[in-house]
Structure formats: structure tokens, C-alpha cells
Design a protein around this ligand. Structure first.
Ligand code: FAD
Ligand code: DLZ
Ligand code: SF4
Length: 513
């Protein structure tokens, strides 16, 4: 009797829990390209090409590994357009005795999987996703009864659990966290490492043509598509990162430079999130670089913390907070994002850099996402749900379980402080400190008032004044509020007028801003 094993587009791992213990002779792996998934947001074309090509390559690799794979193409005229529709058709083809599937990565798809047993009258076994370190129950148990949740304490538990960077029960070199050492601005450097480039093979070229033909109106650009789409190539990129970029990853983690898209970042999140790479394996490889003396602890600890700390923590929050987390809007913000978030055509240099590279490559690094595009969206009072949808649409690594808590929680403070002890807002001064952007900008970062004043400045103070009832007593904002209160009334009025004028211009649709 046959077992049907649906493998979803972010489950491209040989060690997937649904495949564990299955007899290849009695199993059919079902992989489905479906309209529902390709259109639940207007995915960046690069993201579509990446996922469909990685799925097609993974199907081939599974076949080589002895699995029977039933692969449904997007342009199959019989395609039912949804996971449920395609499982229904596969049941007709294979008459399985039961279905085994690894749990879905998001609420929307989890609800589909939960409906199958009743809908199809077959036993459906939904297995936990063992690619994550922390199971849902374990996160619940950790969070239970805590007055406030803080990533740092969760991270320490993950360090102890995995033994990563631990020496006899103590953190390596006696410290859990080296974040304070990791805030250096970077200088232009001709020797800066570059991620590897992978020329599209015949499968990827076919997918690129399909995406252009079917999703031509989606954002993004497929010229120069060079992401890895196989495990082997993703592993090559991981090895290249470990050898060339990891040693300085920590120092320049928060830096931004004009024309530099990658700096010392790994550019591995798309491969981790779709399953081509394994998070714990990457962390062990990074630790080995430290133990061998090839990379310093501030870099390796910083890297490991992003993966076993932030990445796992975000997932824990996503599932703990439930399907209505997406509707939280602590500040009651309602503004739409300016149209130029989809073109990059703005005269604010920091934003045009972050948006331009996002639209070209479907990637931007963390500080660009948090302190440029995210900071600006929060300062102008953009609706956090719309901001979430933009991030879900444009980034190659965006899946709701990780994108939503990062965007709505960490970046937009939509949950009122579950993920950050204060909103991530800043004036132009922070961007100027961490980048060379302001030197290339038509605005003057030192000015708050006037036609050439950096818009972030007035918007920052206006935000604090506007939301005093909600965040005025936050101890971490005591200093900025004291600074605001020390300013003269006429300066305060001028600042708020400057912000109001800017927002009015923004709302009138001018792309010059
Ligand atoms: P590196 O800088 O090399 O970091 C190493 C790894 O750590 C990453 O590959 C990633 O897996 C993990 N990581 C780092 N920071 C985070 C974080 N905050 N949350 C989860 N994992 C993290 N990351 C996504 O994977 N998908 C998203 O959709 C996503 N959306 C984001 C939205 C906003 C508003 C912000 C502020 C951050 C978002 N991030 C997201 C986190 C982070 O920006 C990306 O993981 C990172 O830029 C990926 O590039 P990299 O692989 O070069 O990362
Ligand atoms: C993101 C995505 C896209 C664009 N297309 C597909 C697809 O055609 N088939 C598929 O199996 N998965 C796709 N995915 C990834 C899924 O959306 C992802 O697996 C679910 O979000 C699981 O939670
Ligand atoms: Fe951005 Fe202001 Fe600097 Fe221009 S001056 S790059 S708008 S922070």
C-alpha cells in the first residue's frame, strides 16, 4: 500500500521528518507548483524563480536518491491551483493508504493540512519540523510564566542545549554575547568578499522564462539571476562565507555602504529557509572556524546568535502569538507605503540604496531592512500589515513565520513591545554613523528644518511627540524625551510643522521624496 508524502516548497531537505523511516518502494513524494502559493502575495520575480527552480532540482535529487516523485508543474492544464486540490488529484492517481507530511511553516498552510484527514477520509500524520532546534512545546514551556520575553535568555538556553560555543557548561571566553563589539562602520574595501555567482542552468532558464511570461507584472528583475538552487551550490556559498567573510562578520554586522549589497554577510537565509542548508550544521561549521583560530569569537558568536537565537525565537513567537498576530497595530498606524517602495525612485539616498538593491536582487541586509526601510515606514506611520506584506513580497528569504515577527514585531512595534523593548526608530544621525549614505545625499543630515533637511530628523522627533501617550514612560526612551523637553517651544513647533509638511508631500504622491 502506498504512502503519499507531500513535500512543500520550503521543505527541500533530505532529512525532512516526513521522509524519515519511509520505505522508498511504498512511498510517493508529491511536489506541487500551485497558483495559490505563487500568488498569495505578488512575490518578487527572483523569489518565484528561486523557489520553483530549487523545487525542480530537489525533485531530481530525490529521484536520484531512489524516491518516486510525482511532480506537478505550474502550467499543467489539470493543475488544481492549491495544495489541497493537488493532494486530492494525487489521491486519485495513487490511491494511498495514508498521508505523511511535515508541519507547514505558516498558519495559512497549516489550516489546509489540518483539513485533509476529514476532507479525504484518510489518516494524515503531521510530523514536527525537526529542522528547527526548538519545538513548539519547548518554546511554550520556556515562555510560560515569564513577565517579559527576551531573546537573550532564550538564546542562552539554545547554547546550552546544543553545546555550541560552550566550554564545560560556561560560554566560551566567559561571555554569552559580544554584540557591543559588533557596531563598527565599514570603509570601502576592494578586498571585500563577494558571494559566489551561479549561472542559471537549463532548469533555471526554463523557470525564468515561465516567471517572465506568467508573472511579468510582479516586482523585481530577473536579469543577472545568480542564486544557488541546489544543495551543492548552497554548500559552496556556505563554505565561501566561512572562509572569506565570517572573520569580519561581527565587526561590520551593522554597517552599510553605497553600492555594497553584501558586505560581510552570509547571504544564506534563502537556502536555510527553503531547506537546502541546515541551521545547526552551519553553526557547527562556524564554531569550527573559531576553534581552529580562523575566526574571532565576536564574529562566530554573533553569527550563531542570529541563527539559534533570533531565527528560532522569531519562529517561537510566530506560533505562540497565533494567526491574528498579523492584525496587531499598537500605534494605530494607517498610512500606505509610498509607491516608490516598488521603484526605488526617491531622492533619499539611504532609501534609494536599500530599495534599489532589494528590487534588483530580492535581498537587503538586516540593518538596511531594520534601520532604513523599516525605520522610515514606522516614522511615517505606515500600516504595519501593509509593511509586512511589502517585506513578504520583495525578499527572497521571506516566509511568514520569520518575516512577520521581524517586520510587524521587531521593526514596526505593532505588538507593543513583545519583540523589542523600544521601537527601532532613529534620526539621520544613526544612518550617518553606520554608513556612507549621507555623504551622497541631497539632504543635509545635520539639519532638522529647511528644504534640504534630512527628513528622518523631523520625523523622528515628531514620532516621539505624537506617541507620547503610548511610549512616553518607556525607560529606554527617557533620554530622547528629556532632550525633546529641553528644546524651545518654537523649535518644537517648527519640527512638527516640518514633519507635517513632509508627510503631506508624501501623501500627495510625489516621487521626489
Ligand atoms: P546574516 O547577516 O549573514 O545572518 C546570518 C543568519 O542569521 C541569516 O542567514 C538568518 O538565517 C539569521 N538571521 C539573522 N537575523 C535574523 C532575524 N532577525 N530573524 C531571523 N533570522 C535571522 N530574515 C529571514 O530569513 N526572512 C525574512 O523574511 C526576514 N525579514 C526581515 C524583515 C525585517 C523588517 C527585518 C528587520 C529583518 C528580517 N529578516 C528576515 C532578518 C534578516 O534581515 C535576514 O535574516 C538577513 O538579512 C539575511 O541575510 P544573510 O543570510 O546574509 O544574514
Ligand atoms: C513561496 C512558494 C511559492 C512561490 N511557490 C510554491 C509552490 O508553487 N509550491 C510549493 O510547494 N511551495 C511554494 N512556495 C513555498 C510555500 O508557500 C511554503 O512551502 C508554504 O508557505 C509552507 O508554509
Ligand atoms: Fe538618508 Fe537623511 Fe542620510 Fe539622506 S541625509 S542618506 S535621507 S539619513
Amino acid at each position: 500500500m502506498t504512502i503519499l508524502i507531500p513535500v512543500l516548497g520550503d521543505q527541500l531537505s533530505f532529512g525532512l521528518s516526513s521522509l524519515a523511516g519511509a520505505d522508498r518502494a511504498d512511498s510517493v513524494v508529491l511536489m506541487m507548483e500551485v497558483a495559490d502559493e505563487t500568488t498569495y502575495v505578488r512575490h518578487h520575480k527572483t523569489k518565484l524563480a528561486y523557489i520553483l527552480s530549487a523545487m525542480r532540482h530537489h525533485a531530481e535529487a530525490l529521484r536520484v536518491d531512489g524516491w518516486r516523485v510525482d511532480y506537478v508543474l505550474l502550467d499543467d492544464p489539470e493543475n488544481g491551483g492549491s495544495f489541497t486540490g493537488e493532494v486530492a488529484r494525487a489521491i486519485q492517481r495513487h490511491d494511498p493508504e495514508r498521508i505523511v507530511v511535515t508541519e507547514a511553516g505558516e498558519w495559512r498552510v497549516a489550516a489546509m493540512l489540518d483539513s485533509w484527514q476529514t476532507l479525504f477520509g484518510l489518516p494524515v500524520e503531521i510530523r514536527p519540523d525537526s529542522r528547527f532546534l526548538c519545538a513548539h512545546g519547548e518554546f511554550e514551556a520556556w515562555a510560560e510564566g515569564r513577565a517579559e520575553l527576551r531573546m537573550e535568555y532564550f538564546y542562552r538556553e539554545m547554547r546550552k542545549k546544543t553545546g555550541l560555543l560552550m566550554d564545560g557548561g560556561k560560554p566560551a571566553e566567559g561571555r554569552w554575547n559580544f554584540d557591543k563589539d559588533n557596531r563598527k562602520p565599514a570603509q570601502a574595501d576592494l578586498l571585500m568578499p563577494r558571494p559566489l555567482s551561479f549561472a542559471p542552468d537549463a532548469i533555471t532558464q526554463e523557470v525564468i522564462a515561465l516567471v517572465e511570461q506568467r508573472f511579468g507584472d510582479h516586482p523585481g528583475d530577473l536579469d543577472g539571476f545568480d542564486y544557488a538552487v541546489t544543495v551543492e551550490d548552497a554548500e559552496r556559498q556556505a563554505a565561501s562565507f566561512m572562509a572569506n567573510a565570517l572573520p569580519k562578520f561581527g565587526d561590520y554586522e551593522d554597517a552599510m555602504l553605497t553600492g555594497e549589497r553584501f558586505l560581510w554577510h552570509s547571504i544564506l537565509s534563502p537556502y536555510l529557509n527553503s531547506g537546502l542548508l541546515d541551521p545547526l550544521d552551519l553553526c557547527r561549521k562556524a564554531e569550527a572556524e573559531y576553534r581552529a583560530g580562523r575566526a574571532p569569537l565576536n564574529s562566530v558568536e554573533g553569527y550563531v546568535r542570529q541563527i539559534i537565537g533570533w531565527r528560532e525565537y522569531m519562529r517561537g513567537i510566530y506560533w505562540r502569538e497565533g494567526p491574528d498576530y498579523v492584525d496587531r497595530n499598537f500605534f494605530g498606524h494607517s498610512r500606505a507605503l509610498p509607491g516608490w517602495y516598488w521603484t526605488g525612485a526617491t531622492d533619499m539616498h539611504c532609501l534609494s540604496q536599500a530599495l534599489g538593491q532589494t528590487l534588483a536582487t530580492a535581498h537587503a541586509h538586516h540593518i538596511q531592512r531594520l534601520m532604513v526601510t523599516g525605520n522610515f515606514a514606522l516614522l511615517i506611520g505606515a500600516d504595519p500589515k501593509l509593511v509586512h506584506l511589502w517585506y513578504l513580497e520583495v525578499y527572497l528569504d521571506a516566509y511568514e513565520w520569520v518575516e512577520l515577527p521581524n517586520t510587524l514585531g521587531m521593526s514596526q512595534f505593532g505588538d507593543g513591545g513583545l519583540l523589542g523593548s523600544k521601537p527601532y526608530i532613529s534620526s539621520g544621525a544613526y544612518i550617518n554613523r553606520m554608513s556612507d549614505y549621507c555623504g551622497h545625499c541631497r539632504y543635509d543630515v545635520t539639519k532638522r528644518i529647511g528644504e534640504d533637511a534630512c527628513p528622518f530628523n523631523a520625523l523622528y522627533w515628531d514620532f516621539l511627540a505624537r506617541h507620547r501617550d503610548k511610549i512616553g514612560r518607556n525607560p529606554r526612551l527617557a533620554m530622547p524625551y528629556r532632550n525633546w523637553d529641553r528644546q524651545s517651544e518654537s523649535d518644537q513647533i517648527a519640527t512638527r510643522e516640518q514633519a507635517a509638511d513632509f508627510l503631506a508631500k508624501l501623501d500627495s504622491g510625489g516621487t521626489a521624496y
